[in-house]
Design a protein around this ligand. Structure first.
Ligand code: FES
Length: 107
């Protein structure tokens, strides 16, 4: 868990304490720190492919990390195309990696 998390930053110092929570990606539990984005939690946990492109099904992950490029979109609690780099994680969120444009839930 959190293989990529920076615990001691050379300028910012040690990582402050934070509550932990669990959310699920494709049914697998992932731990996160309260107050961080979905993408930050996934990168910390070692995830690289958040979605696949529509035509070539090429993997995409975090690119801009500021909500501009859409490379990080995933289906979050049934809503496709959510930019995970600017969306805060919540307890028990159900997230799916997205293939292509995603599917909207049928009403
Ligand atoms: S990484 Fe570019 S919108 Fe999220």
């Amino acid at each position: 868990m959190n293989a990529n998390r920076i615990l001691q930053h050379p300028i910012l110092g040690p990582l402050p304490r934070a509550d932990t929570l669990t959310f699920f990606v494709d049914g697998r539990p992932v731990e996160a720190r309260a107050g961080e984005t979905i993408a930050a939690a996934l990168v910390a946990a070692g995830w690289k492919a958040f979605r696949r492109t529509e035509k070539r099904h090429a993997p995409r992950g975090v690119f801009c990390a500021i909500g501009k490029c859409t490379d990080c979109v995933m289906t979050v609690d049934g809503t496709p195309n959510v930019r995970t780099c600017v969306t805060l994680v919540r307890e028990n969120m159900q997230i799916k990696t997205q293939d292509g444009l995603g599917e909207w839930p049928v009403a």
